[in-house]
Design a protein around this ligand. Structure first.
Ligand code: FAD
Length: 435
């Protein structure tokens, strides 16, 4: 009998696991289960809409999904529609590839005010994730504060200041693009607790901020160090030198008649979100960096703003039966092994770090462990899952359904855009007759 494996989550780590299993000589059947009818996790709902070339990696996942030994079960939430114990009863091995789809709290006074919107939620919204179909952020503000110095912070700032023309060939949903363009936003502040050397931007993303059609990158050149000091590997040092060079060039770029500004504010840690029920500003403390850590200086300043977007990390959304390591915030695992026949990969396994390709080794490790632990399948697999879903009245969608949704999105696209995303689960399921 084939070894029957369920992979929960159809993001990069789920697909790399399936791919590694297919490439082995073993007799395997793999069911990829996702709560959405649309596969590919953060490739669809995280990677910025104006970075279409990054999203092309999904083509290789498509080939994996079309292998006869692979089946897609969309619209099935583990922990909701099906419990983990029920799933483990059906499969010889279960792989958790659910990512880290939550926002950690902004733990400063006022961090829960209306107008503080975590980056996961904000990015999910502008990427048309159906979890946010009924969410509309209030963009009626001139100033926006983005907290964080990584690529997600840059993505958010860029999407907020790019012009309609710059966003034309993207899959930013039309109504969301209109909302952003009609907002009075002129200034986006990106606050980093530490300095430009410690910032985690990659250079391509940073350089883009100096090439925007209607926005200038602003920073105080006096805070830029002459050289990269500290304990970095050669590679990390080179990356940081490149970023410093890019930042040094920003003040020399002719602002022309550009109307918007993205302010890079380093050495500033947020200490309070100001306002009544809703945000009216942010108070920050200037810092210095000692041994790589930000240390408050006792000097404070405030910026008026109506929207604060913390891009400060991610949180697991565990379901009953999934052990969580309180210290790391990840699924409790030993290099991917959770329990007998139970494995973790990707962000759920090791936290939100690295690039898409960083998930590939996780898949290979999990595949090797499964084949080492299980020599022959004994569980019924997908047929048992189908029976369970039918009994529970859960209408799952398959990969053909995704392709129907995909074609409909492509044919609904405005000129130049790759697709017009459906924004709600219902709209997706109507297209495939499963609403
Ligand atoms: C905003 C943002 C932008 C990024 N941009 C880039 C970039 O430009 N380049 C780059 O290299 N990397 C980028 N990354 C990182 C990259 O997206 C991640 O490395 C990768 O997506 C992690 O893969 P994963 O499989 O662990 O999780 P995910 O991609 O999050 O996939 C998890 C999947 O699990 C499903 N799921 C969750 N819970 C359940 C459940 N209970 N039942 C069923 N299904 C469930 C979800 O629907 C989802 O499809 C970005 C990340 C973010 C957040």
């Amino acid at each position: 009998m084939p070894i029957r494996i369920a992979v929960i989550g159809s993001g990069p780590s789920g697909f790399y696991t399936a791919d590694a299993l297919l490439k082995s000589d073993a007799d395997v059947e793999i069911d990829i289960i996702d709560k959405l009818p649309t596969p590919f996790g953060l490739i669809r709902a995280g990677v910025a809409p104006d970075h279409q070339s990054t999203k092309r990696v999904a083509r290789s996942y498509e080939r994996t999904a079309q292998d006869d030994r692979v089946h897609y079960f969309g619209n099935v939430e583990i922990g909701g529609d099906v419990t983990i114990d029920e799933l483990r009863d059906c499969y010889d091995a279960v792989v958790v590839a659910i990512g880290m789809p939550g926002d950690p709290p902004l733990s400063i006074p006022g961090g829960d005010k209306e107008g503080v919107i975590g980056a996961t939620k904000f990015v999910g919204w502008y990427n048309g994730h159906p979890d946010f179909a009924n969410f509309t952020p209030n963009l009626n503000t001139k100033n926006v504060a983005v907290i964080g110095n990584g690529n997600v912070a840059i993505d958010v700032a860029r999407v907020l200041v790019k012009t309609t023309a710059e966003m034309a060939a993207t899959d930013l949903p039309g109504p969301i693009g209109e909302q952003i363009q009609s907002a009075p936003i002129t200034d986006v502040y990106m606050f980093g607790r530490r300095g430009p050397v410690e910032a985690k931007f990659t250079n391509v993303e940073l350089r883009e901020m100096g090439q925007l059609e209607n926005a200038v990158a602003i920073l105080d050149p006096d805070i830029l160090p002459d050289e990269v000091t500290g304990d970095w590997s050669d590679r990390d040092k080179r990356l940081r030198e490149r970023n410093l060079k890019t930042l040094r060039e920003f003040p020399d770029i002719d602002p022309g008649d550009k109307n918007k500004k993205v302010h890079f504010v380093f050495y500033a840690q947020p200490v309070e979100i100001l306002g009544g029920d809703t945000v009216t500003g942010i108070r920050l403390e200037k810092t210095t960096v000692v041994d790589g850590r930000a240390r408050g200086s006792g000097e404070f300043f405030e910026i008026e703003c109506g929207l604060v977007i913390p891009a400060i990390g991610y949180a697991l959304q565990p379901f009953d039966g999934l052990p969580v390591d309180e210290k790391t915030g990840c699924v409790t695992n030993d290099d991917g092994r959770i329990d007998e026949g139970f494995y973790a990969v990707g962000w759920a396994k090791r936290g939100p770090t690295g690039v898409i390709g960083t998930n590939k080794p996780d898949g290979k490790i999990a595949a090797a462990q499964i084949l080492e632990d299980i020599s022959e399948g004994v569980k019924p697999g997908g047929e048992a899952l189908k029976a369970l879903l039918t009994k529970k009245n859960v209408r799952w969608s398959d990969f053909d359904d995704w392709q129907t949704i995909n074609e409909a999105e492509i044919s609904n696209a405005r000129p130049d855009a790759p697709r017009e995303k459906f924004l709600s689960m219902n709209d997706m399921l109507v297209v495939v007759g499963k609403a």
